[in-house]
Write a new protein. Structure first.
Length: 337
């Protein structure tokens, strides 16, 4: 393998995150997230979001999403989400496990964005005793197809959901890329999102994410819930330290901006130097290309890892670590297909 464009998860830790992890390893600290490193990291997240919120750090995005959704829906209820959302396609039923049976209802929409008309139809569906009624709406920013919701687009989804009494969850695994694309993080709380997963792993941290509860009532007994789920770290500072390093240095933003720039470089090159077409707008750090299976296999054989996604297009994902030379060499390889 020459370079792995299959996911931004394949990159290592950003230097700022790694340095902060090493620094947190000096001396002693209080256990279970009651340490100064965790407190400082949480304060920096609140500052980025321009909101007061209860924050906990956990081991994975899957657990963060599933636990967050279990706060918003009872076991006999369901969560509305785009049908390609990570919770629907890549978490092996974790929301149902952590939510003791809560269901998922997939909705359509271009490039990973929920179609407001489809949401309205789902909200207007009559409730009967034989189906799980929706109790929450889950939104992904940026989406699984690399698009970025505008504030207005989010408002047109959140307001009707709230009017029906639904809670709102946001999966922000690639929130840094959305912010680098111009999305105002301060809008999340003002749009009345109840709980956010603030992404760390894809932004250059290790396997750590933050659950941000804008509605502090959701935090009642949250530490008991996390402990039962195996998500309470005795040495909690090592979950928070990478966030501290990324946010203190602004590498959370600059790394995402670099990833977005590399994705745009790749997209521009594919449009100019190949016969392949883009399947979705390139707004964050992912590029989706319509490519026959034979061409995709040939690219893999040449050492360029990329992934065939749910809609049949081939996904290329850039990260904080993606180099211009690698993008240009990939483009040269694509031009030979």
């Amino acid at each position: 393998m020459r370079y792995d464009f299959g996911s931004d998860n394949t990159a290592g830790m950003a230097p700022a995150a790694l340095d902060a992890l090493v620094a947190a390893n000096t001396g002693y600290a209080r256990s279970y997230g009651t340490d100064d490193v965790t407190a400082r990291a949480a304060d920096l997240i609140r500052a980025r979001l321009d909101a007061d919120a209860e924050i906990r750090f956990v081991f994975s995005g899957t657990a963060a999403n599933a636990i967050a959704l279990s706060m918003l829906a009872w076991p006999h209820e369901a969560v509305l989400a785009h049908h390609a959302a990570h919770i629907c396609t890549d978490e092996t039923g974790a929301p149902g496990l952590f939510g003791h049976g809560l269901g998922l209802i997939g909705l359509p929409g271009f490039s990973g964005k929920i179609d407001p008309a489809a949401l309205k139809l789902a909200l207007d569906e009559p409730e009967v005793g034989h189906r799980q009624p929706p109790a929450a709406l889950s939104l992904t920013q940026s989406t699984e197809y690399g698009s970025v919701y505008t504030e207005e687009e989010l408002r047109h989804l959140i307001e009707p959901a709230k009017a029906r009494g639904l809670g709102v969850h946001m999966d922000g695994a690639r929130l840094a890329n959305a912010a680098a694309a111009g999305f105002d993080l301060g809008q999340i709380a003002r749009l009345d999102v109840d709980v956010l997963v603030f992404g760390g792993a894809k932004a250059g941290a290790n396997c750590t994410e933050a659950i941000v509860m804008f509605d502090r009532k959701l935090a009642r007994r949250i530490d008991n819930r996390l402990k039962q789920a195996g998500q309470t770290a005795s040495k909690g500072r090592f979950l928070a330290a990478p966030f501290l390093g990324l946010l203190e240095s602004n590498a959370w933003e600059t790394g995402a901006a670099h990833a977005n720039l590399m994705a745009q470089r790749l997209a521009d090159g594919i449009a100019a130097k190949s016969t392949f077409v883009l399947a979705h707008p390139v707004e964050a750090n992912a590029v989706f290309v319509r490519m026959p299976p034979e061409a995709h296999q040939r690219l893999n054989d040449l050492g360029w890892a990329c992934y065939r996604f749910d809609d049949g297009s081939v996904r290329f994902v850039c990260s904080w670590a993606t180099q211009e030379d690698a993008v240009d060499e990939l483009l040269a390889a694509i031009a030979t297909l």
